[in-house]
Design a binder for this molecule. Structure first.
Ligand code: CFM
Length: 507
């Protein structure tokens, strides 16, 4: 917990174990690998090797949407699990896993199958990688496994890294297809929650920018296979996907920039940065035309809402990116973020990438494989490396993530891995007008009389990305902050007498 002072270097202790016994907001490594990174890809069968309970949240509760083309397959609305039983835990589950892979293949004929390990798989020693190799040979499709047991890291963050490694090793680079556009880009770390990616795809298309692949909102496994033919990687969620961006730069010479499409001004800034990277006058003019048109629409809505909400206070505790990105939307409305934090981010997401060399490697981070990536002599893009150097000499920044803290006001409170007790105390202290978090916090916060906006699932709303998304968010804030309903209802136990019981024990 740090009282923010942007003019000083302050260290946040992050990516460390949660204290046993407290109620944390965090999830597990399997959630980060299966749910977050691979989950939104529609034409891969994501098979969970584990007890069925681990699949409880696998069925679209994250609201990652997808839009298959006519005749394209979509497996997102299925849950695939090996449904391990006690006997599999005692005698091993590899045979059952093989049968499940065969069954899934027979029914769905997918192009690829990913196998995800849950805690018991690691504890009993089932080898998902050797099963994947055997089944790949038997069925002739791409099959790969992830050692993403829930306990493997301190949070879902470890699962992101494991997923990045697996996708990079087993998918990226399988298809060197011909170019299809003048400006080819990938979008990394955008998962199409509530349709965010649809908003952005429309903007790129209008600008004439070819979006080869998104990791992994509204994506296909095929698009990831040729993602290495892009000219630029845009990184939206730095926490979950910076590993692939780095590895693609090392292997193929593709530079990456940090973008943020949450907030109208941030969207315009990010689009302009992409246009500046390509340096094409036609593209720049088109981007300016889009920004002028869309910002005018956003501003018209904003002007009518700002007087009603400015000066209100927000608090935000979300996974690893949104607690930062959504501050831009609140700033545009004149709402102050008095406290923010991540569930599972690392120090670089708070303090900026400059601290990365000083982050201590501990036992938990050693659990995750660090891939050693070399240059691909055939496909390495020397032209892009030269372009990057030329732009850098003019002050254009690459790998430009400075973290959340420099963007937050002095004396705001920054907290890593906030727990429920702290949440309650902070609400009493700050009396915020809106609290942004997830489903685990929602009802506790509302019982305290404060409206809660879920920034993971968007509470059935959204999209909130891009220009259209900003308008949606402004209208949502007008609605939520314009009512006193949460302050008017009392918890029933405040007015009614508590239940009283008695018990007699017969000796
Ligand atoms: Fe990245 Fe995400 Fe987030 Fe995240 Fe997540 Fe999510 Fe999140 Mo929930 S990848 S770190 S692991 S932006 S699922 S789409 S909303 S905690 S802030």
């Amino acid at each position: 917990m740090v009282i923010n002072n942007p003019s000083e270097d302050q260290e946040v202790m992050a990516n460390v174990r949660t204290i046993p016994g407290i109620i944390t907001q965090r999830g597990c490594t399997y959630a980060g690998c299966k749910g977050v990174v691979l989950g939104p890809t529609r034409d891969i069968i994501n098979l969970v090797h584990g007890p069925i309970g681990c699949s409880f949240y696998a069925w679209l509760t994250r609201r990652n949407q997808t839009r298959p083309l006519e005749g394209e397959e979509n497996f997102i609305n299925y849950c695939f699990s090996t449904d391990m039983q006690d006997s599999n835990i005692v005698f091993g589950g590899e045979a059952k896993l093989k049968d499940a892979v065969r069954e899934a293949y027979e029914i769905f004929k997918p192009k690829a199958i990913g196998i995800f390990s849950t805690c018991p798989v690691g504890l009993i020693g089932d080898d998902v990688h050797s099963v994947s190799r055997d089944m790949k040979e038997e069925l002739g499709i791409n099959i790969f496994g992830f050692s993403c047991e829930g306990y493997r890291g301190v949070s879902q963050s470890a699962g992101h890294h494991i997923a990045n490694n697996g996708v990079f090793k087993n998918v990226v680079g399988l298809n060197d297809r011909e170019r299809t556009g003048k400006f080819q880009v990938n979008m990394l770390g955008e998962y199409n929650i509530g349709g965010d990616a649809f908003e952005l795809e429309a903007l790129f298309e209008e600008a004439g920018i070819t979006l080869l692949s998104t990791f992994s909102g509204n994506s296909t496994i095929k698009s990831m296979e040729y993602s290495h033919t892009a000219d630029l990687n845009m990184v939206m969620c730095h926490r979950s996907i910076n590993y692939i961006a780095e590895m693609m730069e090392e292997k193929y010479g593709i530079p990456w920039i940090k973008v943020n499409f949450i907030g109208a001004e941030s969207t315009a800034k990010s689009l302009r940065k992409v246009a500046d990277y390509f340096g094409d006058e036609g593209l720049k003019a088109k981007v300016e035309e889009i920004c002028a048109r869309e910002l005018a629409k956003v501003n018209a809505v904003k002007l009518s809402i700002v007087p009603k909400v400015q000066g209100k206070l927000a608090m935000m505790f979300v996974g690893g990116s949104r607690a930062h990105h959504y501050q831009d939307l609140f700033n545009e409305l004149g709402i102050r973020t008095v406290s923010a934090g991540y569930e599972f981010a690392h120090r670089d997401d708070y303090e900026g990438r400059k601290v990365m060399p000083t982050i201590k490697i501990d036992a938990d981070s050693r659990n995750i494989e660090e891939l050693v990536v070399g240059k691909d002599e055939k496909l390495y893009r020397n032209d892009l490396v030269e372009k990057k150097a030329a732009l850098e000499s003019k002050g254009f920044e690459f790998k430009d993530y400075n973290g959340m803290m420099p963007d937050m006001a002095k004396n705001s409170l920054v907290i890593d891995d906030v727990n429920h007790w702290e949440t309650e105390k902070l609400i009493e202290f700050y009396k915020p007008d809106v609290f942004c978090a997830g489903i685990k916090e929602k009802y506790v916060v509302q019982k305290a009389g404060v409206p809660l906006k879920q920034l993971h699932s968007y509470d059935y709303g959204g999209p909130y990305a891009g220009f259209g998304g900003a308008i949606n968010f402004f209208i949502e804030m007008e609605r939520m902050l314009g009512t006193n309903i949460w302050k008017m209802i009392d918890a029933p136990w405040k007015n009614e007498s508590e239940l009283v019981g008695s018990m007699t024990i017969d000796a």
